[in-house]
Structures are given as structure tokens and as C-alpha cells.
Design a protein around this ligand. Sequence first.
Ligand SMILES: *Cc1c(COP(=O)(O)O)cnc(C)c1O
Length: 234
Amino acid sequence: MSQQRRDELQARLAAVRARIDRACAESGRSPAEVALVVVTKFFPASDVRLLAALGVRHVGENRHQEAVEKAAECADLGLDWHYIGALQSNKAAAVAGYAAVVQSVDRAKLLNGLSRGAEEHGRVLDCLVQVSLDPPGASGRSGAAIGDVPALVERVLETPNLRLRGVMGVAPLGGDPRQAFARLREVASDVRRTAPEATWISAGMSGDLEDAIGQGATHLRIGSAVLGPRPVVK
Ligand SMILES: *Cc1c(COP(=O)(O)O)cnc(C)c1O
């Protein structure tokens, strides 16, 4: 394994942790309340291994095929894999085979597959409802419309082998992340009225983690700030 890559990841990780500490101090929160999920999509299993040695416990992936292979290669590391990407319903059961958390539950059609996969692996799968923070009518981005969240929450709660932990959101491209995350925080608080144990708020990426922490995020999904720019996909 490359010593140089290790040093680079260590330095970037330290810089991200410093940003988290600073943002927590500014909003009177403890960094212990904020879990760092390092998004390793497009980067090799060797990087995941280096990150684990540097103390990373949670990794995020957004494509099933890539995630299933990487999780198998890294099975000895005892990491929690978070599935954060768009999910096809015919892949849902398979994702439950390696993911500890599925953050991108955006429609009821996924629930049977997730539940079946969790049951096959003899465990309960943590789920977040992904909420769309895009302006109404925006196309092509994922997440349940805010108005559809209560019904989806009900469905998750009544599905065996799934445990609703909270909500996830991505700030809209070009929008104000602080405003978007404030909205997500309101949605999260509505969800907790029916599901008091659903306390997680996954918000914040490399460019907007400070805004997310300011709006109560409990989980950050950080890719490029730790791993560097993603390789270009053609
Ligand atoms: C890729 C990705 C991230 C990480 O993005 P960065 O800007 O590289 O930190 C976070 N969340 C989701 C849903 C992603 O797909």
C-alpha cells in the first residue's frame, strides 16, 4: 500500500475533522454527535483499507455493483457500509446483504426487497428516508417529495426487519444549503412525532458540511474532501 496515499488521506481527513470540530464549536454541539461517513465511490478498496487504519468506521457507496465488490474485499475491517445512492427495487434485497444502513429509501416499492434481504441475512436494517430538498418541479434528482414523507414513514415503520433511523437529504445544486438543511430539520422533527427513535439527520457533503452541522446533522457524507477529486467517469 502506498505510503504517499496514506499520508494524503491522513492529512485530508485531519482537515475535515478540524472543519467538523470548528463547526460544532460554533453551534454549541459536540463532535461526538456527528458521525463521519466517508464516501468512497469511484475509489479502490485499498483506499477503504487505509481509511479504516486511520480510524474511519463508516463508509458510503452509491452504486450497488461497486459497493458489493468493495464490501466483500473489505469484509475483515468491520466497517459499517452506508448505501447512499439511487436504488432499483430489484437490487434492494442484495443491498441488504452488505449495507448496515440504507440512506436512500425514497419510495415504498423498495421496502419488500430490503426487508427480505435483511431477513435472509438474519438482521435488522437501518433505514433513512431520503427527502428531496429540490424546488418543486426540479427533475432528475432523487428523494421523496416532502408531502409524501409521512406516508412513506408509516410504510417503513410497518415493514418487518427494517428500523427507521431518520432522514437524509442533499442540498439542491446552486441553492442555499443552509435553507435546504433547515427544511430537512423541520421534516426530521415532524417524522419524530410518529417515530421518536428516528433521530438521525444525514446532511452535508464536502462543500456544505458546516451548514449541515449548524442545522442539526448527525451524519455527514464526505467524499472529495477526504479522497480528493473523483476520477472522471465516461
Ligand atoms: C457522492 C455523494 C456524496 C459525497 O459528495 P462530496 O461532495 O464528494 O463530499 C454525498 N452524498 C451523496 C448522496 C453522494 O452521492
